[in-house]
Design a protein around this ligand. Sequence first.
Ligand code: AHR
Length: 522
Amino acid sequence: MTTAKYLNKEIVILRKEIKYVNKTAKYTLHPELKIGEIDPRIYGSFVEHLGRCVYGGIYEPEHESADENGFRGDVLELIKELDVPIVRYPGGNFVSGFNWEDSVGPKENRPRRLELAWRTIETNQFGMNEFMVWCDKVKTLPMFAINLGTRGIDAARNILEYCNHPEGTYWSELRKSHGVKEPHKIKTWCLGNEMDGPWQLGHKTADEYGRIAQETAKVMRQVDKDLELVACGSSNSRMPTFPSWEATVLDHAYEEVDFISLHNYYGNPKNKTENYLAQSVDMDLFIKTVISTCDYIKAKKRSKKTLNLSFDEWNVWFHSGEADKKIAPWSIAPPQLEDIYTFEDALVVGLLLITLLKHSDRIKMACLAQLVNVIAPIMTKTGGGCWKQTIFYPYMHTSRFGRGTALNLNINSPVYHDDDFDAVPYVDGVATVDSENDSITIFAVNRNLEDEIILEGDARDYEDYSVLEHITFTSDDLKARNTLDNPDNVTPRANGNATLTDGRLSATLPKASWNVIRLEKA
Ligand code: AHR
């Protein structure tokens, strides 16, 4: 054996030993470790005219639970459990070929169209006005995307006049004639979708998109000055044009927009769980790079404005690829992108949520893509029941309990090494303090697949709090899934052992676990 090989072997053995030595992660819970105010909209989601997200998902007039609008009642109830504050619509890639006028007015007059992005037929039986009624039922806000692929400024100003202008003009009166008296007052608009992607209808170079985004934003603000506008960032961090795309687009449109978007999906196609669990480190780097790029353009322009980030597509997405290849083109609402999630996917989603929270000073909107059936926390059977996927739970916990202010925990955790990532902490976590409800929540994941880890914290500033519950989400089978027939195969339980005594907040984090430690003022 050569010396180098021998040394390498030694290092591997040493690393393995270290893995079993230190089973404690230390942290500090202190109000001065504030990251930022959490905009609840970081718990947003996404409904696209894709697969069975709309038809057979949120909308199925023939379903036994459907209301007078055709909205599935059983799905609505599950969405309410998630407490989703904003929903992006109608795409996605779909929006780059969308004629919004097709989706309003009497349903019998709405055209069927070839939907080129996903190679289906769009019936337009659910459209913009139906979406707004649905938002009302779900108690969520709309984030509307406009078509900057096959269309442009003219369609953008018209849709805005239709939606937001009170009355007395062609488009606002048309809306009224469609039975919608009051304007929708949609505030948040995405200026296209993934325009850097060659797959996108009407794909553009960064300069072409930067200019059209700038001019569209200008015109839209002339129609309605109270808008929030999101420019398209890169489709993912592996795009060859990332991050120069962001720099060029913002060079044109920095002053005209309020947000830059980020999209990224994660997966475990090589079935290497430790590597998979480390991918939130990649998300963190992606976010930091976009922030630096925004701030570089801010400096270059001597601007007073700080741009915020909208991570408006994120999730795990890799299970459904093979099944999708078998779907015949030009069918209506086929079962596309129907990933059935495993327990380990839920851990990754938890880690991604923790990462979003750790950037809550700059990420003010984010959308779990998507909401129902299509890479989604909620699944349905068309004409049948519905169930919660594994990823439903970390999303629900953070959305319901992760409000207020985010605090860094400065966790000092043992680490592991991986081909792609160096020194990945076994434990990652963040705290949120909700002063309105006098409650604190710690979200933490133990990435160690073999051993529990003791999380031991200095919480002397919160001695007047006590542990309300410690929820753990664990499974002996990392690949366990929930299905229609076995919907509660893997579910979280309030069985953790967190205690707060003499200013020390300690808890055992079971191996491979998602943890939610909830405190309330005693
Ligand atoms: O969410 C599925 C697709 O992923 C969206 O349509 C597109 O924007 C992204 O590439």
